[in-house]
Design a protein around this ligand. Structure first.
Ligand SMILES: [Zn+2]
Length: 92
């Protein structure tokens, strides 16, 4: 079974504008939600992704903490850029 995250919605959950730190809640098409941390400077960089434990992990099916979503951080970041979520939620 190969899982591919499909980002359908992103909301801003917190930020420290001075330090360029941002926290987003990213929802996937399958109902999985993740908390995603970003550094803005010198350019947008995804620093951490962790699944919210509202639904079981789509990869390993655990309903407690696991590291599975780490493997998809590059894919999630690409979708964040393609969907222009960062620009739309934070501004350029
Ligand atoms: Zn997992």
């Amino acid at each position: 079974m190969s899982y591919r995250p499909n980002v359908v919605n992103v909301t801003k959950a917190g930020s420290n504008e001075n330090d360029g730190l941002y926290e987003f809640i990213v929802k996937m098409a399958d109902g999985t939600a993740c908390r995603v941390f970003y550094h803005r400077f010198p350019k947008w960089r995804l620093s951490n992704v962790s699944r919210l434990q509202k639904t079981p992990c789509p990869v390993c099916r655990k309903d407690f903490i696991c590291q599975c979503m780490d493997k998809f951080s590059a894919d999630i970041h690409r979708q964040m850029e393609e969907g222009q979520w960062l620009d739309n939620l934070v501004g350029k």
